[in-house]
Design a binder for this molecule. Structure first.
Ligand code: ZN
Ligand code: ZN
Ligand code: FE
Length: 753
């Protein structure tokens, strides 16, 4: 080896905008390495020289800054023309460099120490952050990620902040949102249009403790907050927000969570993750029932900005932190907008002057025995990408538009898939605007030029119509809804393109089937490219259009009528127009045949008296049924048997058994538990046979019903000896569908070539 021999070291992964170059700089000085480090479109590139190169490379493989994700470290020999005498961070190279944007990250331990520490620049300062934490995506106006492209551009760094920003040895080196009391954003309280000159944190805490509802400007939008231990405040919030039963999210300090929730170590780790999602946790000590009527779990998050830390500390008890929006509309982000839209909901405002550029809800996740599952992908998780599985290396740039109720879009580029944040219900005009904005925004941010588009088979969805007009002359590939669910689950697990067929147990709400009927309880057999429908839930009629979805009694009547239990239906729902829907059903008026598992949950819930008349939010009946099942005694619950007829999994024996048990006084909780176990077995058994016979290589579990942990566990138990794929970073619900659509589109394009 000559004196000039060094190494060219390529780092791939999430290594930009996370303090990776200063980390390399510090590592280089530790090992006496000379050379350079820079960002380029492929990641980070190091040219290193020195005796300890081997140790330096092995440290690069084992150490990283907190927010970085290192996928690979590749080395090759490099001959320096002149042996370098320094280690330098040099200018980025190549087009597309510096475009990587990382998700917002919760305040790190060092910054928490700063806000309670002695340095007056940061003590009590609500916008303290560093390279390891703080706002990213939510303050970003465009790329490259640089202070002038963020809403921090409005604030001129003071000399002290500038010094920290310039110093590679400082924790705040190149921290774009660096700020302090002397130069950064300010927070204030406001009521009746009058800003208060009191200390805003103390002011807000006093108001909350006296039962007020406050609109609080957070990271990705406003929250409506109230004291979570005060039933009157909660009732007022529910009344004003017209939100009778949907569970309210909570923010608590670690001691609050320890007291009121049962958090296993994995859930605690997840709560403390820089993404700081809402985590569903079983109740320990009771809080007011009205927080989540009929539920046994509550959604908790830790304070994730310094403002939240200071406020939680001043309040000393858990707070409700629900999305600050008018019912159905997207979350409010602007100060003026908040006054207009939340003025009648809140008694006061805790606001600040750093603009929110990107609206992001809180992410919702849960820890199961089988790993972490995303339920709503948003703040802290986007714009993180998912590597495409093997075989997709030649994937064209695809843009998939998802579905209409839990909408999200998905982009593929450079072997990565970017599943957008949760956008919401496109029937709401403002949400649809938000959806169109996300389309434009993500394209600009990721320099994305789609060659192929994908959407749902249902041409009536606004997402599909948008896809139609957006695709123009380029190919638009419609993907069957449940095939997309299957493909999303496969992609989430890195299932290779040529990995062979997978049996997909898809238990879901509604999706248009390949045969023109409505599907939703399917056993599919397929790969990314194509699928067949092996088994499906015996269809029942959905009568009354949208009402069939909102009113569980309708599904119960149709299922009971199918097995001559009509008189039972009459007895169970005396106040409902049962005769009318029978008439509509027999004459086919406003009636659709559907194999939806979600609607089967509704039917069983209605029979057990769980919100039979009306669900106040999507999934309420099923969530209550799961909570009920979870309260069943631990001893073995004999699963209800479903029948089979041809390719159908029939429900006659199920409803006969439920009604017989009910008549015999079997507790509702046991009935709910037996139903879960029975449904799981009815689908898992034939799925397992597909694997046993060699027709499938694994079983994938997808669809909205798999947010239900009781159902998930029952399926996993029934599938003990076969490989099972479950959702992790993409939601099992419709929030994950766009990911599946994009992979199906890619697979079809590759197959055509
Ligand atoms: Zn920090
Ligand atoms: Zn400053
Ligand atoms: Fe779905």
């Amino acid at each position: 080896m000559s004196m000039r021999d060094g190494l060219r070291i390529r780092i791939r992964g999430q290594v930009q905008g996370v303090g990776y170059r200063p980390f390399v700089w510090q590592l280089a000085s530790r090992f006496g390495i000379k050379g350079t480090v820079l960002n380029d479109p492929e990641g980070v590139l190091i040219h290193g020289f020195g005796d300890a190169l081997a140790a330096f490379v092995s440290a690069l493989k084992t150490e990283k800054p907190p927010l970085a994700r290192v996928d690979t470290v590749e080395t090759e020999p490099f001959a320096f023309g002149e042996p370098p005498s320094d280690f330098l961070i040099v200018k980025s190279e190549g087009q597309g460099a510096e475009t990587a944007v990382t998700p917002d990250a919760a305040t790190c331990a060092d910054c928490v120490a700063d806000i309670y520490g002695p340095d007056p620049r940061r003590r009590g300062y609500a916008f303290t952050n560093c390279t390891d934490c703080g706002p990213r995506f939510t303050i970003l106006k465009g790329v490259p990620y640089d202070r002038k492209m963020t809403s921090m551009a409005a604030f001129r760094m003071c000399e002290d902040c500038a010094r920290e920003y310039e110093d590679p040895g400082d924790r705040r080196f190149h921290t774009q949102p660096v700020a302090c009391w002397n130069c950064g954003p300010k927070v204030w309280g406001e009521a009746d249009d009058v800003p208060t000159d009191e200390d805003p944190i103390q002011w807000a805490a006093q108001r909350l403790l006296s039962g007020n509802i406050l609109a609080i400007k957070g990271l990705g939008g406003f929250h409506l907050a109230c004291d979570a231990t005060n039933p009157e405040a909660i009732a007022t919030l529910r009344r004003r927000k017209n939100r009778p039963a949907k569970p309210l999210a909570l923010m608590g300090s670690p001691p609050d969570i320890e007291r009121y929730a049962r958090a296993d170590p994995a859930s605690l780790d997840l709560l403390k993750h820089p993404a700081a999602p809402i985590v569903l946790l079983p109740v320990a000590e009771a809080l007011p029932e009205d927080l989540a009527p009929g539920q046994t779990k509550l959604g908790w998050m830790l304070p994730y900005t310094p403002l939240h830390h200071l406020l939680m500390d001043a309040v000393g008890r858990p707070l409700v932190m629900t999305s600050g929006n008018v019912s159905g509309e997207p979350q409010v982000i602007g100060n003026e907008e908040a006054k207009q839209k939340l003025g009648h909901l809140a008694d006061g405002f805790l606001v600040h002057d750093r603009d929110i550029e990107r609206r992001l809800d809180d992410s919702v996740e849960q820890v199961t025995e089988h790993g972490i599952m995303s339920l709503r992908r948003a703040r802290g998780r986007v714009p993180e990408t998912l590597p495409l599985p093997d075989g997709f290396e030649r994937a064209p740039q695809v843009l998939a538009f998802g579905v209409h109720l839990k909408s999200a879009i998905c982009l593929t580029k450079n072997g990565q898939a970017l599943l957008s944040h949760h956008l919401g219900d496109l029937d709401e005009a403002l949400t649809f605007d938000e959806f169109c904005k996300a389309d434009t925004d993500y394209a600009a941010l990721f320099d994305h030029h789609p060659e192929v588009f994908a959407c749902d088979l249902h041409a009536g969805y606004r997402s599909s119509q948008h896809a139609e007009s957006r695709s123009g002359e380029k190919p638009l590939i419609p993907v069957q809804h449940h095939h997309a669910h299957l493909a999303a689950c496969m992609a989430d697990n890195g299932w290779p393109l040529n990995g062979g067929p997978v049996a997909g147990v898809i238990l879901d709400g509604l999706g248009l089937g390949a045969d023109g009927t409505i599907w939703g309880g399917e056993l599919l057999l397929g790969d990314y490219n194509d699928f067949s429908r092996e088994f499906f839930l015996e269809p029942a009629l959905l009568v009354g259009g949208d009402a069939a979805q909102r009113q569980p009694w309708r599904n119960a009547v149709m299922r009971l009528d199918m097995v001559d239990l009509g008189t039972t239906a009459d007895r169970l729902f005396p106040d409902q127009p049962v005769a009318l829907i029978r008439q509509a059903a027999s004459s086919g008026i406003n009636s659709f045949s559907s194999s939806s598992a979600g609607r089967l949950f509704d039917a069983v819930a209605a029979v057990l008296g769980l919100c039979p008349d009306q669900q106040s939010f999507e999934g309420e009946a099923a969530m209550r049924l799961e909570a009920l099942a979870a309260s069943a005694p631990e001893e073995f619950e004999h699963p209800y048997e479903f029948g089979r007829r041809g390719g159908q999994i029939t429900t006659a024996s199920l409803f006969e058994a439920i009604i017989a048990d009910q008549d015999n006084g079997v507790p509702a909780a046991s009935i709910a538990a037996r139903f879960h176990a029975g449904l799981a077995f009815a689908f898992a058994a034939p799925a397992k046979s597909l694997v046993a016979s060699g027709r499938a290589r694994a079983v994938a579990l997808s669809g909205g019903c798999f947010q239900n942990v009781t159902l998930l566990n029952a399926c996993m138990k029934a599938l003990q000896d076969v490989p099972v794929l479950i959702h992790r970073t993409s939601p099992a619900n419709d929030g994950g569908v766009a990911l599946g659509q994009s992979l199906v589109a890619v697979a079809r394009i590759i197959a055509e070539r």
